[in-house]
Design a protein around this ligand. Structure first.
Ligand SMILES: [Zn+2]
Ligand SMILES: [Zn+2]
Length: 263
């Protein structure tokens, strides 16, 4: 399994997962043109994308689906409420592959688990992908989890992400920078910091620190707010943890991505 964050911030999110038998996107929150450019940088042609897995219907996760699905025809996996919220915004009817939140299902050589996350969308989910037979050295079991857009992290989520090799978790805002931000009205600040909004840097750190004996080799801090967060703020919050754990904690700068690399 190989994985890359194509890009991540409050204004656009997408990941690329490549296995022996498929290439899939996790969310597609950039224009089709940008997605194609990001894929090209990683030597993947857009026609090769077999499916898009959608976490929820917010624009920063679905912006490219309409044109990308129309041009290249990938299957689109989502739960029914999310699909229902997205379909009216699309120029075509993609091949929807509906799953129930909380269920586990297979696609090609992937096993996918979806789980509820607390966020102000119709039925938002975190996703966990597993591949590999685990029966020999050449097909080890590898797992990746994608958990962004959550107001808080219940214990059930901590349990879900403990055994993945690569974890993408949101570290959205610095509370002080959010409070000081002159452009966001009070109601929006309440929404972001509320129980169905986004994870602050310290909440993300607390989540990571709360999990004993994680299997992680890489943790990506993603979905950073461009106005209400900074690399310095993230670094300050995670400094202690970074110094005391055996896995890499990498910050995805607002709007940037990561190279395609083995999970
Ligand atoms: Zn969202
Ligand atoms: Zn988002």
């Amino acid at each position: 399994m190989q994985f890359s964050i194509l890009g991540s911030s409050s204004s656009g999110n997408a990941g690329l997962l490549v296995t022996e038998n498929c290439k899939v996107l996790v969310d597609a929150g950039f224009s089709c043109r940008r997605l194609c450019g990001m894929l090209e940088e990683r030597d993947v042609r857009p026609e090769e994308i077999d499916a898009i897995f959608v976490t929820h219907e917010h624009h920063d996760h679905i912006a490219g689906i309409s044109t990308f699905a129309k041009k290249f025809g990938p299957k689109v996996f989502a739960n029914p409420l999310t699909a229902k919220a997205i379909q009216p915004k699309l120029k075509c009817r993609p091949e929807w592959m509906l799953f129930q939140t909380g269920s586990q299902f297979e696609y090609r050589d992937l096993t996918i688990e979806s789980f509820s996350i607390p966020h102000d969308a119709h039925d938002p989910v975190g996703l966990k992908f597993t591949t590999g037979r685990g029966d020999d050295l050449f097909s080890p079991i590898k797992r990746m989890a994608w958990v962004t857009d959550l107001g808080f992290a219940p214990q059930t989520i901590a349990q879900r992400i403990q055994d993945v090799d690569t974890l993408v978790v949101e570290s959205n805002y610095d509370p002080q920078m959010l409070e000081d931000d002159p452009r966001r009205p009070w109601a929006l600040k309440q929404r972001i910091s509320g129980r169905h909004g986004h994870l602050s840097n310290s909440a993300a750190k607390d989540l990571l620190a709360s999990i004993s004996q994680p299997r992680w080799s890489r943790v990506f801090l993603a979905h950073l707010s461009s106005d209400c967060n900074s690399v310095e703020a993230v670094d300050n919050t995670f400094a202690d943890l970074r110094g005391s754990v055996p896995f890499a904690i990498e910050t995805i700068l607002s709007g940037h991505g990561s190279a395609l690399a083995a999970v």
